[in-house]
Design a protein around this ligand. Structure first.
Ligand code: Z5A
Length: 345
């Protein structure tokens, strides 16, 4: 069968991963990235908000726990601004050249978090999404779920502490998770629910069941091997790497998150502007993780977020004086699942 995307009309394949906190999106995306790269495909792994210089700067603002005064409407526009940028700067060009775009969160997160979670009018949120997306939608969306909101939050915060959104409270996150279920029910043709409660490899198999058809149609890709799956379950946290993913920006309460960036910037482009040297130094301190790797790939790119780096330094010093410690956020690197995941935790 010849591939023809009805979601965006371009030769590439766009897959988004959605879900509440700590459901395993990053884990699954990295695994898929490694499998697809092994098959020789052009893979672009991204996260939202983020993935561009502008987007990473916006991410620093929106996730920073110290910005607790941020208005809900302002928050919505920040997410949409980051999205408009990543679509124009990265996603569209990647799809035009026939790449596979793997994105950690996209439009459904905005409906779930800002619509269902914050209580903004979901119809307006959808319109805002449409404006930011510029005609680009995912071909397939994997909605990962865990047994309870508490389980996801525990997974998400155990290494890094909580960022501004994670501090929004259990009820907020329950509304978000309910919202995701509703959204999935409204778009059964695009959104597929996958339980991420058992092993990572069990979830990965279920993810492949959902996305494998599109990838086979578009690129003739074969499924992951048993060895691939086995490797995924063997990945362990790096001993002593308490900083986990380095910094996810603006987290509160976690230890040791120096500057690393988890960024999703597989791009390359933008981020070099500011002299990320200082931050590079920081990154090395925390023993790796998500951020560090991402740094590797994209460059030490997101380290160049001067504003973010300043914010982090400020936050850290505030933390030392009784306030919360804060880091930065980002994610993604060019490593495959194995490498990344291993290093990451
Ligand atoms: N947000 C918004 O409000 N509106 C929007 O429009 C958009 C976003 C786009 C971004 O946070 C925040 O922005 C997010 C929504 C909001 N807010 N909150 N809160 P982020 O990118 O920093 O974080 P996240 O998206 O919530 O992801 P996460 O916390 O990093 O979790 P994850 O990527 O889904 O999970 P993970 O890192 O792969 O796994 C978490 C841990 O669980 C890790 O230790 C894994 O080894 C472990 N894990 C993973 N899978 C399994 C399985 N199957 N079994 C056991 N353990 C597992």
């Amino acid at each position: 069968m010849t591939w023809a995307s009805s979601a965006h009309g371009l030769p590439g394949v766009f897959i988004s991963f959605e879900g509440g906190e700590g459901v395993g999106k990053t884990t699954q995306i990295r695994f898929m990235e490694s499998v697809l790269k092994k098959a020789g495909l052009d893979v672009v792994r991204l996260r939202e908000p983020g993935g561009t210089t502008v987007g990473e700067n916006l991410r620093s603002i929106v996730l920073d726990a110290k910005n607790d005064m941020l208005n809900d409407r302002a928050e919505l526009y920040i997410y949409e601004a980051a999205r408009a940028q990543i679509v124009a700067e990265v996603i569209r060009p990647a799809l035009e050249r026939g790449a596979v775009v793997l994105c950690d969160r996209f439009v459904d997160s905005t409906v779930a978090y800002q619509g269902y979670g914050r209580g903004l009018d979901p119809a307006f949120v959808r319109q805002a999404n449409e404006f930011a997306c510029q005609g680009i939608l995912p071909d397939v969306t994997v909605l990962l779920t865990v047994d309870s909101t508490a389980m996801g939050l525990r997974r998400a915060t155990r290494r890094l502490g909580a960022d501004r959104l994670e501090l929004a409270g259990t009820e907020f996150h329950q509304r978000v998770n309910e919202g995701f279920k509703q959204i999935a029910a409204e778009h059964p043709e695009r959104i597929h629910v996958v339980a991420s409660t058992s092993t990572k490899s069990a979830a990965a198999r279920a993810v492949w069941d959902v996305v494998g058809g599109v990838l086979r149609d578009a690129f003739g890709v074969e499924p992951p091997t048993e060895a691939d799956y086995a490797r995924l379950d063997k990945l362990r946290r790096r001993p002593g790497g308490g900083g986990g993913s380095g910094s996810r920006g603006g987290r509160q309460g976690g230890g040791n998150r120096h500057g690393g960036s988890r960024d999703g910037q597989r791009h390359e482009g933008g981020q070099r502007r500011d002299g990320g040297q200082r931050r590079e130094g920081n990154q090395r301190r925390d023993g790796g993780s998500k951020s560090e790797q991402q740094g590797e790939r994209t460059s030490r790119g997101d380290q160049r977020n001067n504003a973010g780096a300043r914010g982090r330094r400020d936050s850290r010093s505030r933390g030392m004086h009784g306030g919360a410690q804060r880091g930065t956020n980002e994610r993604s690197n060019g490593q495959g699942a194995a490498g990344s995941e291993g290093a990451r935790s």
